[in-house]
Ligand binder design. Structure first.
Ligand code: IMP
Ligand code: MG
Length: 169
């Protein structure tokens, strides 16, 4: 693969630590449930939760909007749902990247119908210039340009998720 490092391991580590500290502070008196959006968030989520000091729970859901290529199909579907009831819970959705915003918007609308006490997003990477729908993101790791990236959980055709850094494809 031809790739170029965009965000190295040290920068990721430092930023994830800052995000964890912010979440610790904001959820100090709460027991949030962190929901990892599979598969892309699995590495980010596992690093983030190991840096959190607050009591919390973890759950997952799987959505799909890509058919393996470089661009979203725009049609989001729920592949697997949460395993717990989130009514009255403080929910923090953990996403790898926001591109068009369609996936995040779908998750927001779907989970809001279940009446959580609060619902926020923590996103490692934000491609702001690609946004088609405005979505409220409380915690954002890095702003990146409109380029396809892989590594640290993000894939191309299910490959490269294991790279310890974020690279341009
Ligand atoms: P959105 O619905 O367009 O915001 O795209 C969200 C999903 O598309 C993300 O959760 C990723 O799974 C995937 N995605 C978007 N951009 C990239 C990228 O640059 N690399 C890998 N996956 C991406
Ligand atoms: Mg994703």
């Amino acid at each position: 693969m031809q790739s170029e490092v965009l965000i190295n391991e040290d920068r990721i580590r430092e930023r994830v630590l800052q995000l964890a500290a912010q979440i610790d502070c904001d959820y100090d008196d709460k027991i949030p449930i962190l929901v990892g959006v599979l598969k892309g968030s699995f590495i980010f989520l596992s690093d983030l939760v190991r840096l959190l000091k607050i009591k919390h729970q973890v759950d997952f859901l799987t959505v799909a909007s890509y058919d393996g290529g470089l661009t979203s199909t725009g049609i989001v579907r729920l592949v697997s749902d949460l395993s717990v009831n989130i009514e009255g819970r403080h929910v923090l959705i953990v996403e790898d990247i926001i591109d068009t915003g369609l996936t995040t918007d779908y998750i927001l609308k779907n989970l809001q119908t279940r009446n959580p006490a609060s619902l926020e997003f923590v996103v490692l990477l934000n491609k702001q210039e690609c946004r088609k729908i405005d979505v409220p993101v409380k915690y954002s790791g890095f702003e990146i340009p409109d380029q396809f990236v892989v590594g640290y959980g993000l894939d191309y055709n299910q490959y490269y998720r294991n790279l310890p850094y974020i690279a341009r494809l």
